[in-house]
Write a protein that binds this ligand. Structure first.
Ligand SMILES: [Zn+2]
Length: 160
């Protein structure tokens, strides 16, 4: 009777502690493996340290990025405004090449005309954008790995 009452008023908090007690067999298995765990713990700590170092150095690469622009630089041959000009009849006689930087903003394609001396500026910015995307991808993959390592460490502390 009395025990039953305690059970019901214990609530969620007490339930967690009781769960620990009733699972002795399971936790006992983990303790038996504690010698093996000592080495894997050191290995885990080393992995966590190297994760942090790699993350910091990738972050540093992001900090060093210059202006970036999504898009591509294209060379385009153009027709002029004079209807009598040969460019209107013969595609080979079109004018150019003219350089354009093409990118999308809110699903709208923007064609930015570039003077030849300006093109390197945009080519460099496009390179920076690609670098940023690649760094973000690497940071994300590294984060997933690092989080898994950290989670393992937190979990291992739980059983101590
Ligand atoms: Zn023309």
């Amino acid at each position: 009777m009395e025990r039953g009452e305690k059970h019901s008023e214990g609530g969620a908090e007490a339930g967690v502690e009781r769960g620990c007690g009733s699972g002795h067999g399971y936790y006992g298995n983990i303790y038996r493996r504690s010698v093996m765990k000592a080495t894997s713990k050191a290995r885990l700590a080393a992995l966590i340290l190297s994760d942090a170092q790699r993350f910091a150095s990738l972050k540093q690469e992001i900090v060093q990025l210059d202006y970036f622009c999504k898009g591509t630089v294209l060379k385009r041959m153009m027709k002029c405004g004079h209807k009598q000009c040969a460019c209107h009849r013969d595609p080979a006689k079109r004018h150019g090449p003219y350089l354009e930087c093409t990118y999308k903003v809110h699903n709208k394609t923007i064609n930015l005309k570039l003077y030849p001396e300006v093109a390197p500026l945009y080519r460099a910015a496009i390179q920076q954008y690609r670098k940023l995307k690649s760094l973000l991808g690497r940071l994300e993959r590294l984060s997933r790995t690092a989080l898994a390592h950290r989670a393992k460490q937190v979990q291992s502390k739980r059983t101590n």
